[in-house]
Design a protein around this ligand. Structure first.
Ligand SMILES: Nc1ncnc2c1ncn2[C@@H]1O[C@H](COP(=O)(O)OP(=O)(O)OP(=O)(O)O)[C@@H](O)[C@H]1O
Length: 265
């Protein structure tokens, strides 16, 4: 059974359509990457699914049509991390992560001790436990991203919608963050839909990749089961000519490597 079914989704801004007639499924316990050039509509797609943009078509999460969900119901089902944090007031890291519990709390209700413990554990999982009392504004952009990821983890939602969660992270943290996401979706029978600009991360950590252009959804691929001969033309349509090859890690695990070819040749 699919966790998320997106059917004929179209959305845009001020009468200008940006994404057109997009349909796909997301299975539980999977990470789905969205790839595409700057401005092709990746953020628009994520925002439409999160019901933050008016759209036509439908997004069904389990038995719930997200279009019909109340804001609280939506917040309990989906966690959304935008490209920019949007937090501009002074808050400690622990307070920021505790905000993740807001959909479970009534107005003026304070977080419980158990929530505080879980928020601290989530901060520790992203390596920021020792900074819990620091001011969020004083974090680097990458550390802010990690803190927001911890906030997204606490409610154990069925669907995470993440817009370039890796953009400010260093090489090692990019891989560790995708590893955390993998653990999250497996443990919580959840799924993550992630926009990415790093093809290595996408190819090696996502179960499915959606290849988007401003003409719509060009195709889908499953990195370790779609033949390289089919993946190369699809990825070349957004990156210019590329080649794919496989290498093994020292432990013998298979990895996909993408190389940019010279388009002039
Ligand atoms: N608030 C807005 N009002 C009007 N047009 C917008 C708005 N946000 C985005 N757009 C337009 O919609 C198109 C798609 O933008 P979107 O942010 O979805 O692209 P993207 O694929 O996420 O890009 P990037 O990789 O650069 O983040 C762009 O042409 C952009 O100019």
């Amino acid at each position: 059974m699919n966790l998320l079914t997106v059917t004929n989704l179209s959305a845009g801004y001020a009468g200008k359509q940006v994404i057109k007639d997009i349909s796909f499924f997301v299975a539980p316990k999977t990470i789905v990457g969205i790839l595409g050039a700057n401005g092709c509509g990746k953020t628009t797609l994520i925002k439409a699914i999160a019901n933050l943009l008016p759209h036509t078509g439908s997004c069904q999460l389990d038995d719930t049509y997200l279009e019909n969900a109340s804001p609280r119901q939506l917040a309990l089902l989906c966690g959304y991390i935008p490209q920019k944090s949007g937090i501009s007031i002074d808050l400690t890291l622990l307070d920021v992560v505790l905000m993740g519990f807001n959909p479970k709390l009534s107005l003026l209700q304070s977080p419980t001790e158990q929530m505080k413990k879980e928020a601290f554990d989530a901060l520790c999982s992203v390596g920021l436990g020792s900074r819990k009392d620091d001011n969020f504004q004083q974090l680097s952009e990458g550390q802010k991203q990690l803190c927001l990821l911890a906030r997204t983890f606490v409610l154990k939602r069925r669907l995470l919608l993440l817009d370039e969660p890796e953009s400010a992270l260093d090489f090692r943290l990019r891989y560790e963050t995708m590893g955390l996401l993998r653990t999250y979706v497996a443990k919580n029978n959840a799924a993550a839909l992630v926009t990415l600009h790093d093809p290595s991360l996408a190819l090696n950590y996502c179960d499915t990749l959606l290849v988007l252009s401003d003409c719509g959804l060009l195709g889908e691929l499953q990195p370790f089961s779609t033949p390289i001969s089919k993946m190369e033309p699809l990825l070349s349509s957004i990156y210019g000519t590329i080649s794919l090859t496989t290498l093994s890690t020292r432990r013998g695990e298979k990895r996909l490597i993408m190389i940019k070819e010279d388009d002039a040749c």
